[in-house]
Ligand binder design. Structure first.
Ligand code: SF4
Length: 300
């Protein structure tokens, strides 16, 4: 069957992403490491999807994005996972890297809603998705959390073999803000777009262009989130960002008057690195797992 789900346009299923029509998940957990209005008191209900259509060479989740850890679930099991996250107090559902599994996820979301799930749903993605995919998805979810990794085609080619990433992601993000407006209930974000940018060491010019583009096109329409947790895992720059680079980026955010968003403190350790072979891939301070690809449902 011809697959045109994402901009890779492989022409056949199980192409660049390596996935089929089945939905495979790695872990579902209550996560406290996301932006504050997503975390609130109850934490964000993260659902990590196995596989990825982008495949960054520096991916921190490579066990599930590149190397296939995960288990197939049907829509009813997906819905039960959503309901369990709600029961344990999650403020939202946060579906991580599901662009290559869009139809199965929409079926799962519809099943979860039919079974009583009432949480707002955020789509947490690389930004490498077509406008058609964003528009297909929009009626079923509440908000988007796309990355904007770079606007430099040679950088995109070098880091994730997608020279078209800049133009594709720009169009996808503009479509997302057309479909989802920033709305808070109290201190909790109920809808809207958070654009995330991970600073890659040695690619600061690229970060500057992302900040400038955001300021010109998305200021007041979306929130900006600066991430500093780059850790060398496989390929890519073999160091973390330093204090000088961090301060420079913060100055650019100020110069471009990007306010109301979020920035991570400078990360200098590897505490963020997950291990998806563990029932809790993150530290216990960051996350409480409720379902794991090997263990299934975890009870407390
Ligand atoms: S979803 Fe996977 S198979 Fe389909 S076009 Fe994208 S990378 Fe290729």
């Amino acid at each position: 069957m011809r697959c045109t789900l994402c901009p890779r346009q492989c022409g056949h299923r199980s192409g660049v992403c390596g996935e089929t029509d089945e939905l495979r998940l790695a872990v579902a957990s209550i996560h406290f490491g996301e932006e504050p209005p997503l975390v609130g008191k109850g934490g964000s209900g993260t659902i990590f999807v196995s596989g990825c259509n982008l495949g960054c060479i520096f991916c921190q989740n490579s066990q599930i994005s590149h190397y296939g850890l995960g288990r197939t679930v049907n829509s009813v099991t997906f819905a039960r996972i959503c309901l369990m996250l709600e029961e344990y107090g999650a403020e939202n559902l946060n579906i991580v890297t599901g662009s290559h599994a869009l139809p199965a996820l929409v079926e799962g979301i519809c099943t979860a809603k039919a079974m009583g799930c009432s949480l707002p749903i955020f789509w947490n993605s690389s930004g490498y998705e077509t406008v058609e995919a964003v528009e297909f998805l929009a009626p079923f979810i509440d908000g988007f959390m796309p990355d904007l990794k770079t606007l430099d085609s040679p950088v995109a080619a070098a880091l994730f073999h997608a020279p078209d990433y800049p133009s594709v992601a720009q169009q996808a993000l503009l479509a997302m803000v057309r479909h989802s407006k920033i709305h808070y209930r109290g201190s909790i974000l109920r809808s809207g777009v958070i654009v995330r940018h991970l600073v890659v060491p040695g690619f600061l010019d690229s970060t500057y262009r992302v900040i400038k583009w955001f300021a010109e096109h998305l200021r007041y329409k979306a929130l900006f989130s600066l991430m500093t947790q780059y850790v060398p895992v496989h390929a890519g720059p073999q160091r973390q960002i330093n204090e000088q680079e961090y301060k420079q980026v913060l100055r650019w955010l100020q110069e471009c008057a990007i306010e109301g968003g979020f920035f991570q403190e400078l990360v200098t350790d590897t505490a963020w690195l997950p291990d998806f072979n563990q029932a809790n891939p993150f530290s216990s301070a960051l996350s409480t797992p409720l379902w794991h690809w090997r263990e299934g449902f975890l009870s407390y």
